[in-house]
Design a protein around this ligand. Sequence first.
Ligand code: ADP
Ligand code: MG
Length: 383
Amino acid sequence: MAFTEFRPLDEKLLIDYIKATPFLSSKLGNKFDDLTIKEVGDGNLNFVFIVFNSSGSFVIKQALPYVRCIGESWPMTKERAYFEALALKEHGRFCPEHTPEVYHFDRTMSLIGMRYIEPPHIILRKGLIAGIEYPLLAEHISDYMANTLFFTSLIFRTTTEHKRDVAEFCGNVELCRLTEQVVFSDPYKISQYNRWTAPYLDRDAEAVREDNLLKLEVAELKSKFCERAQALIHGDLHTGSVMVTRESTQVIDPEFAFYGPMGFDIGAFLGNLMLAFFAQDGHSDQVNDRKAYKEWILKAIEDCWNLFHDRFIKLWDEHRKGPGKAYLPSNYNNAEVLLLAKKRYMADLFHDTLGFGSAKMISNARKRASCERRAPDFAKMIL
Ligand code: ADP
Ligand code: MG
C-alpha cells in the first residue's frame, strides 16, 4: 500500500505502513507474527504508538492537524512533526546520550519513527510525584542543555549557518504562537483555556490579571521570546518531556523547537522543578512527610544551574578558537576581557532563566490550591 497522502494511523494502517517501509520492517527482523502495538494515550497533542516484537522495537509518533486533547475544534499544523524531527536530529548530533535516535521521518504522513525509550524509563513528572530521587538528573540535564544550546549559538557558529537555521525554524511559527498565547498572554486576561482550582484561587487569578508591574515584566519576556534567536531551544522542556531511570535521562518531544532565548529552556526545567517542590506537600502523608525529598529537589535545582554554568563555560573555553562569530579571538584576545564577557553572558542568562521560569510557573500552576498559590506567589516575587 502506498502512503502518498496524509492519513491518520490506526493499528491496522500502522502495520501496513511498517510493511511498506523497509527500514522499519528490518528493525523488527521483518517478522510480523509476534508484533505488539500499544498506543500510549498520555500525550497532549499527538498520537504515539509503541511497536515491538522479539527482534526489536521503535516508537511511531504522528501529528494530526489539530490539538489531540482539545479536538478538531483547535486546528494545529501537522508540520510540527517536521520541526520535531529536525530538532531531534540536530540535538542528537550534539547530545546523543540524552536524545532518542530518529530512525525514520515522513513529512507527508507527519510521522516520526524513533528509539523506544524502554521501561523502566518513566516520565520524570511521574517520578517526582512518586518521590523518586534521580542522582544523575542534574548532571544529565545540564549536559543536555549546555551541549544543545552552546553548539547552536553564535559563540560556536558562523552567522551564515545561524541565519540559515533560524530561517528554517521560523517555519514553526504556529507552535511558537501557542506558547506566546498560553505562557505570555492567557494567564493575564480572561481566556477560555485558563484553568485554576476554582473557587479557591479565583482571587489569585484575578490578582494576576490586575498586576500592572507583572504585566510589564511579562511583556519584556514575551518580546525576548519572539525576537531573540540565541540558540535552537527545545521549546517545551518541562518534566513531562523527560524520561528517566536512575541511570539514564532522555529528552523527548521538541515539537516547539525554534531559535529562541536559551533561558526559556533552562527556566522551563527549573520552574517545573520548583512547581514539583511546592506540590510535595500535597503528596506527603503519615509514612513520608517528603521533607528529605523536598531538600533533594532544591539541591537538584541548584545543581542544574551550577553544572550547566560550568559545562557551558568549559565548552566556550574548548571552542574559543572555533568558527563562532560572537566573540572573535582577534578581539577577545586577553584573559580579562574573556572573563568579563563570560560573566556578563552568564549573568544575563541567569536573569532570563529566572524570568522565563517564573512565567512558566504562573502559566502551569494547576495543582492543589495551597501548593498552587505558593508557586505563583513565588514566581511573582522573582519577576
Ligand atoms: P505529545 O507531544 O503529544 O505530548 P509526547 O512526545 O510527549 O507527545 O509523547 C507522549 C507520551 O508517549 C510520553 O509521555 C511518553 O510516555 C510516550 N513516549 C513518547 N515518545 C516516546 C519514546 N521515544 N519512547 C517511549 N515512550 C515515548
Ligand atoms: Mg508535545
